[in-house]
Design a protein around this ligand. Structure first.
Ligand code: SF4
Length: 291
């Protein structure tokens, strides 16, 4: 007789299953671990890839070693060509001429200080700088903190954050494997869109964060993040899901999780975008498999 599953775990599993179903991932089997099931359904691997797979640690705090291997370039080349790929011009502030050679996230945070550089400081409780691995190969950039983030000082911890966490885990990662931050570090009143002067004042700190981390991939969550990094006024629908360039990183713009909460039908589009990111990084979904 198996031990009863705790109620909180049951709830978590139910939420996760609903999330996967929203993405069109099915079916699920109750009589074997999903991870095992997924592994069994993979096509036969070469001896080399089998060895590589065996070397991937499950609970390491950083991305699997395979993500750092040169064969990532082969994977990138194998992706469908999307032309032309616009290249983001260098940011106007803190650009390469001003780049601090030995900059660190700690220095960026110290320089930010108890910032009052723009009017968003007036109503904030906490500066939300960023969270995750400083060596992340994948960085998510959102728009700005909401009420929960303002209260806790961490990015993406409210309802939208919960959805982002589910997406990250669906990609076979954990939050600690990636880095998450926003364009503006203080909550705009009533969660309004940050204004141009606020973005212009705060974004140099984002640029420095990205320079320090130098991720392989940046995922822009929503139009504000994409327009800020790409220096464009084009609507996100014109370039969502396409590979773009931001300095030495590949950039993928997709919808903000808050938008997905209002428009659940768009989850599938976002999942397709994230699958492109997974392909570039050599990631495999940990659980389940698209039907
Ligand atoms: S949003 Fe950025 S620039 Fe404005 S007060 Fe906050 S930390 Fe400073």
């Amino acid at each position: 007789m198996p031990a009863p599953i705790p109620e909180d775990l049951q709830k978590k599993v139910a939420e996760r299953l609903a999330f996967y179903q929203d993405l069109g991932i099915a079916p699920f089997y109750r009589d074997r671990p999903a991870e095992t099931a997924f592994r069994e359904e993979q096509p036969a691997q070469s001896p080399e890839s089998t060895i590589r797979s065996a070397q991937i640690p499950h609970e390491e705090p950083t991305l699997p070693k395979t993500l750092r291997k040169p064969d990532l370039q082969k994977l990138a080349l194998a992706l469908p060509k999307i032309a032309p790929l616009p290249t983001a011009p260098a940011p106007s502030l803190f650009d390469s001429a001003d780049k601090v050679a030995d900059d660190t996230l700690l220095k960026v945070r110290e320089d930010l200080g108890e910032c009052t550089r723009c009017k968003l400081h007036k109503h904030r409780h906490t500066i939300v700088f960023g969270d995750g691995s400083p060596k992340a190969e994948l960085v998510f950039v959102g728009e700005g903190p909401g009420a929960d983030e303002d209260a806790q000082g961490l990015p993406f911890v409210g309802r939208a954050g919960k959805l982002l966490t589910q997406m990250i885990e669906a990609m076979g990662l954990q939050r600690k494997d990636v880095y998450i931050c926003n364009v503006v570090k203080c909550r705009p009143p009533e969660n309004r869109t940050p204004e141009d002067d606020e973005v212009g004042t705060c974004s140099p700190f984002l640029f420095r964060q990205l320079d320090v981390i130098a991720p392989k991939v940046i995922v822009c969550l929503g139009a504000v993040a994409a327009k800020t990094l790409l220096k464009t006024n084009r609507g996100i629908s014109q370039f969502r899901g396409q590979w773009l360039d931001y300095r030495s990183s590949k950039l993928m713009a997709t919808y903000h999780p808050a938008y997905l909460l209002r428009n659940p039908n768009a989850k599938g589009e976002v999942w397709k975008d994230l699958q492109k990111v997974m392909a570039l990084l050599g990631l495999h979904a940990k659980k389940g498999k698209p039907a």
